[in-house]
Design a protein around this ligand. Structure first.
Ligand code: IVH
Length: 694
């Protein structure tokens, strides 16, 4: 079926389309996130989202309460509102030992006047280590999400809850007037690790465990951040419900699934204490491979009438109990603190421990995260500390056992030199992580760095990539970027390359040709290849264009590094160059090792100055252009590339710094803004004309 263009949809058609898209996208979310069986490609899914967004943009009054747009987050709020839980959110009693499970069941039988060996219908399920959440549906529509808070009053996190794909915005099938679903929000280990890796690379503090990461993500005032965090949800309970929930707990779980919610697939029926204990043991052995953290299992009486008869003691039900796993914690002594250097140069302090067994695994080291962590917890060398293992995550030091502090406990001073290469290690303001600045020489960073140097946006050497670089490093054929250009020309290296597995003479010839083809490189690519933090393609172009030649740029950057205020001001004044980037450049050029490596590289290659934009006489040279509306003669990407070729900078929004706004068809808010600010505008024909594209 071919779709009608959004521009020609009538209002009634748009309404129907939006309903169809909401249902379709919700179904694909379920297939992808819950059934793990997507029916369409990511690109097709994105196209549905785009069409929905386009129709909503044209008919803002038709945005549905269950619109897929809420999945990507809404405008940030200043604070969370409060939500009262009419049915309190309670907690569970814990059983640590098997005996306590037998007692739990014996108590239930006594209370219900059952024989001591009478079978009891129970449901056992994993206890997710996340945070509990109440999601309210009215007439099948998600209207509110709330945290547990103190059990009586929680926080309104509706916008954040809407971004969680396991939580439908509209229930499937016949919807009850009111149903408040309760369950656990959590983060899977792989998403937690990816998030921390990203944060580490960006110099932000890492989360200590998936639970903290989930909690931190849910309590974001900006729901767009929550949307980027891949949170998951298992439903296991209810609060207010009209009509009331009746029958059995297992029946309720089935119903939740029919309504489109996700429930834990490891849920089991049990009838005796021994079956419960066997379940606990079995889940315990699969715990490490679940992909998410659990801290025990929960047993619940299945019959809801019996649940009601049993009722509550204090803040915990008599009809349910949490059977915890033994804590993955132990106390041991720190022998020393060592620094580990990551692929991106981040320095992570690591505690070398007196080896100790935790949860059946010998632990010798634990991460201390960063210097703030060490200071906040007052961790000293030779201290006795509580260490903890959580799932697959690296063991951590939870706290110091202060009353066992030995007299020789020594505070740790974070060094300001990289232990791997001796380069200066600096901690940028506002960042938690200290980082080695010897990017071009540091052995810990060399692999990531060389992969970047040969990458598509930098030297782009065909036949040299993520696969080959580690192999060449292992074979000791490479250390610095300059070595890349000696691979096939230096007879010793070439001979060793020929001896390597997978490198036939044909392949080496091809590589030699690819390397030769890149001995001359444009200045912006060269700047990008240096791998200075925060310098991406756009910034590298800005720098190349502004300084005009390698020599001028390099001189200026060295002056910046030497603290020359004028040079710094010139750099900082370039539109698009932020203060973080200025600092990163200063750090890079202050490290003599980097300059040596750069000089070495320059003995092998030629750097081409950018063509002076002014020389071309383009009216757009040095100007800032914004494109808006749809262009007919070329795509946005093409227009952007052309503008940049003419020496212009392309911006996304109109401001007083904008020189020209190019108006395509149906230009909207940006055209208005241009008029307000008195920014010059061009229609597409004029743009093409002046750009010389016509
Ligand atoms: S049932 C009346 N089931 O554990 C209490 N709770 O220690 C109903 N939790 O606050 C809770 N997984 O955050 C239940 N499968 C599960 C759970 C679970 C995790 C959490 C929940 C609760 C805490 C109680």
């Amino acid at each position: 079926m071919t779709e009608k263009p959004v521009e020609s949809l009538k209002r009634s058609e748009a309404e129907g389309e939006l309903a169809r898209l909401a249902a379709d996208i919700a179904r694909h979310d379920r297939l992808y996130y819950q059934a793990d069986a997507p029916e369409i490609s990511d690109a097709e899914y994105d196209a549905l989202q785009r069409r929905n967004a386009a129709i909503e943009a044209r008919f803002p009054n038709l945005v549905r309460p269950d619109s897929p747009r809420f999945r990507v987050g809404a405008a940030p709020v200043d604070a969370f509102g409060k939500v009262e839980h009419k049915v309190p959110m309670l907690s569970l009693d814990n059983a640590m030992e098997d005996e306590a499970v037998r007692d739990f069941l014996a108590r239930i039988r006594r209370f219900l006047n059952l024989a001591a060996d009478a079978p009891v219908d129970l449901v056992a399920e994993p206890k997710i280590d996340g945070l509990s959440c109440a999601v309210r549906y009215e007439g099948g529509l998600l209207v509110r999400g709330a945290t547990r808070g103190d059990g009586t009053v929680g926080e309104d996190i509706t916008a954040n809850v809407r971004t969680i794909r396991d939580i439908p915005q509209r229930l499937l099938g016949d919807s009850p007037p009111v149903l408040e679903v309760r369950g656990e929000i959590f983060m899977e280990l792989q998403d937690f690790q990816a998030l921390n890796a990203r944060r580490e690379a960006e110099g932000q503090a890492v989360f200590a465990n998936p639970r903290n990461a989930a909690a931190g993500s849910v309590r974001q005032l900006d729901s767009k951040i929550t949307a980027s965090r891949k949170l998951r949800f298992f439903a296991y309970g209810w609060g207010e419900a009209d009509p009331p929930v009746t029958g059995t707990y297992s029946g309720f779980l089935d119903r939740l699934q029919t309504l489109g919610l996700r429930v834990n697939p490891l849920t089991r029926h049990c009838k005796t204490a021994e079956e419960l204990i066997a379940y606990h043991a079995q889940i315990g052995t699969t715990r490490a491979s679940l992909g998410y953290d659990i801290d025990g299992v929960v047993y619940k009486l299945d019959d809801l009438r019996l649940q009601e008869r049993l009722g509550y003691v204090g803040r915990a039900p008599r009809f349910a109990i949490a059977h915890k796993f033994p804590a993955q914690q132990a106390v041991t002594q720190i022998r020393a603190i060592r620094l580990q250097v990551g692929r991106t140069g981040a320095l992570t302090p690591v505690a070398e421990l007196e080896p100790i067994t935790v949860g059946g695994v010998v632990v010798r080291r634990a991460t201390l995260h960063n210097e703030d962590y060490i200071r906040d917890k007052d961790i000293r060398i030779h201290d006795f500390v509580v260490i903890q293992r959580a799932g697959d995550v690296i063991p951590q030091v939870v706290e110091v056992v202060k009353d066992r502090r030995p007299t020789d406990a020594t505070p740790y001073d974070m060094p300001d030199r990289c232990p791997e290469c001796g380069s200066l290690a600096v901690r940028p303001e506002g960042e938690a992580v200290r980082r080695c600045t010897g990017g071009l020489v540091c052995p810990a960073q060399v692999e990531a760095r060389l992969e970047h140097v040969v990458g598509r946006d930098a030297f782009d050497i065909e036949g040299l990539g993520k696969k080959q670089v580690p192999q060449l490093l292992d074979a000791d054929l490479l250390k610095t970027p300059a070595d890349l250009f000696r691979l096939t020309t230096d007879p010793v290296r070439r001979e060793r390359l020929e001896a390597l597995e997978g490198w036939g003479s044909k392949k080496i010839e091809k590589l030699a040709a690819a390397i030769e083809a890149r001995r001359t490189i444009p200045l912006d690519r060269f700047i990008l290849a240096l791998g200075i933090r925060f310098i991406g393609e756009a910034n590298a172009k800005l720098l190349a264009r502004h300084y005009g030649s390698l020599e001028v740029w390099r001189q200026a950057m060295q002056s910046v590094a030497a603290g020359d205020a004028e040079a710094r001001a010139e750099l900082a004044d370039i539109d698009g160059i932020g203060p973080k980037l200025v600092d990163a450049i200063a750090e890079f050029f202050a490290e003599a090792h980097n300059l040596d490596a750069m000089d070495d590289l320059l003995t092998e290659i030629e750097v081409e100055d950018p063509a002076s934009p002014e020389a071309g006489g383009s009216p757009f040279a040095g100007k800032t252009i914004v494109f808006t509306g749809s262009l007919e003669a070329m795509t946005r990407a093409e227009a952007k590339a052309l503008a940049e070729k003419l020496g212009a900078k392309v911006a996304g929004s109109v401001s007083t710094k904008t020189d020209y706004v190019v108006l395509g068809a149906d230009a909207g808010a940006k055209a208005k803004k241009a008029a307000e600010l008195g920014v010059a505008t061009l229609d597409e024909a004029a743009w093409l004309e002046q750009a010389g594209a016509r």
